[in-house]
Design a protein around this ligand. Sequence first.
Ligand SMILES: [Zn+2]
Length: 206
Amino acid sequence: MSLAILQATVADAVHAVIDAGRVSAARGWVPATSGNFSARGQDGRIAITASGVDKGALTAADVLEIPLDALPPAGSSAETGLHLALYRRDPAIGAVVHIHSTHATVLSRRQASAREIRLEGYELLKAFAGIRTHATRLAVPIFPNSQDIAALADEVDRRLGSAPPAPGYLLAGHGLYAWGATMRDALRHAEAFEFLFGCELVGAAA
Ligand SMILES: [Zn+2]
């Protein structure tokens, strides 16, 4: 199963991206061609979705294979730079998932001025790699949304440098970035974040 492959070949990474798009579309996380997915291949190249395609019906022709240190090529998503910045900063990251899910979009907007969401006391925090108890506080950074992807990537890199290791961050009113050692980990993290953000919203409304 390609979602679980660590240090996959680029061909495996392409399949992981295709599978991730299908799974995420089925969950309603990538409406109207939004979102993007990437995975790191064994040779260091990154397989990443092209711009403006339906993520639920990806084929290999919709997935670009790009070098980590080159500028994003024509046809790549505007947000490719955010994916590449994560791979450059942490060699343990094997896959990155970016979704425009409902709870992430609403909660990131509502909490934008606080610049983070603190998740604590939830059993599901154990879904995140390395967390063994609900008695954990996970701070998820929120960044103002921007169309200047290069500047945004720099800001993310600076702030994540000193933050606790939440495997994700939010762009306000936009969506979630989540990552993991494998695509399966990245998707599990995205699902856990989306569930926990929903809990925060329901709890605030109660
Ligand atoms: Zn986006």
